[in-house]
Design a protein around this ligand. Structure first.
Ligand code: SF4
Length: 366
């Protein structure tokens, strides 16, 4: 059943057909799984995998899109930072179009704010070292996948004496969020666990969910056969009444994860309580700078702190991120809210559930 380990094997028609057939045999009752990772969300849409699922099989999105889970209060704080004269914001492109309570970073740019789109935290370090003598604030959005790179960049800034590189810490940690969602009674039979995050935190991070909450957890890669293999293993666990952690992405993920990456991350950051869109404040689910790096925290440097605020009227991103609703349940989907004119972040990000569903359920497919 396992495809050959070269990448072409994970896209081969024969492997996909075999896995689809096996899945159809295993799904003998309603089965509902959650894909935790935004990259899985987009891969499922891009490869048209939903059309291959058997009846009574459902795959819902979870809290795995970093832009989508960034609370409105944090988005507003980032926009306020951008409007401070002399400050340059360095950010991944998806954040620029996320609507805040009053405009977006794109609107702030149009009004004269300095916002630079970067592709890595080291680009922000370059801006601070080579381009701007004024504060450069990197918007540190992402999960355990990106936090080690941001931490390494901060250490490099320290080592080379680049004092004008600051960060707005908005990283999120995945295990506390999953625990919160599953403790809240999410009606899913198992988790398709994220490949990228798991490469850092290791498969062992899901053991408490599997053992404590009786939830099958399977880590999957991002090629079509990777995803179908992970879903097949989940369905088999349900059939056999098991709830275990299985790793269907061993070419990238180990049981222990990347110890060195975690050490770098933990040298610079420590956990803090933080707000997630749709989930509220989750204890220990964010990262803030350790004491030795606090002068690089843009929130304290400029006194700009997140202020709780309601999500955009009518937008159900929060429910989508918990797997309670699907994008097509939203009355604004594909009408008032489109990728060209997004109301909520789930329609902005390339990894957002609403943007992914727009690919497959939007007007182009009507
Ligand atoms: S379709 Fe738009 S408004 Fe509705 S949940 Fe998605 S992002 Fe929010």
């Amino acid at each position: 059943m396992f495809p050959s380990p070269d990448l072409s094997g994970f896209r081969s028609r024969a492997a996909i057909d075999a896995l689809v057939h096996e899945l159809s045999l295993l799904v003998d009752r309603p089965m509902r799984f959650m894909e935790v990772c935004g990259t899985h969300t987009m891969a499922v849409a891009r490869y048209g995998l939903r059309s291959l699922f058997p009846p009574r099989f459902e795959l819902v999105s979870g809290p795995g899109c970093p832009v989508c889970v960034t609370a409105q209060s944090h988005v507003d704080a980032m926009i306020r930072l951008a409007r401070i004269p002399g400050v340059t914001i360095a950010t991944f492109g998806d954040m620029v179009r996320v609507p805040g309570s009053s405009g977006s970073l794109a609107h702030a740019m149009a009004e004269g704010a300095r916002v630079e789109i970067v592709y890595s935290p080291t680009d922000a370090l370059h801006l601070a070292r080579e381009v701007s003598p004024d504060p450069v604030v990197f918007l540190a959005v992402g999960f355990e996948t990106t936090a080690p790179a941001v931490a390494a960049t901060i250490l490099e800034a320290e080592r080379t004496g680049v004092e004008n590189l600051l960060v707005h810490p908005a990283h999120k940690l995945m295990p506390p969020a999953l625990d919160c969602i599953m403790s809240g009674g999410a009606a899913v039979n198992g988790l398709l666990c994220p490949g990228h995050v798991s490469a850092v935190i290791g498969a062992k991070a899901y053991a408490p969910l599997a053992e404590g909450q009786g939830l099958p957890c399977v880590i999957g890669g991002f090629e079509p056969a990777d995803i179908l293999l992970a879903l097949t293993l989940l369905a088999r666990q349900v059939r056999e009444g098991r709830s275990e952690v299985e790793n269907a992405y061993p070419r990238a993920v180990s049981w222990e994860g990347n110890k060195r990456a975690r050490e770098v991350m933990e040298a610079v950051f420590r956990p803090e309580d933080t707000e997630w869109r749709g989930l509220g404040v989750i204890s220990g689910s964010g990262l803030t700078l350790r004491e030795g790096f606090r002068d690089r925290d843009a929130r304290t440097r400029f006194g700009v702190h997140p202020v709780p605020v309601a999500d955009p009227p009518g937008c159900v991103c929060g429910e989508v991120l918990k797997g309670v609703k699907t994008p097509t349940d939203c009355p604004l989907f594909a009408s008032r809210c489109t990728p060209q004119s997004p109301v909520g972040p789930c329609m902005v990000s390339g990894e957002g559930a609403c943007a992914a569903h727009y690919l497959t359920d939007g007007p182009c497919h009507a």
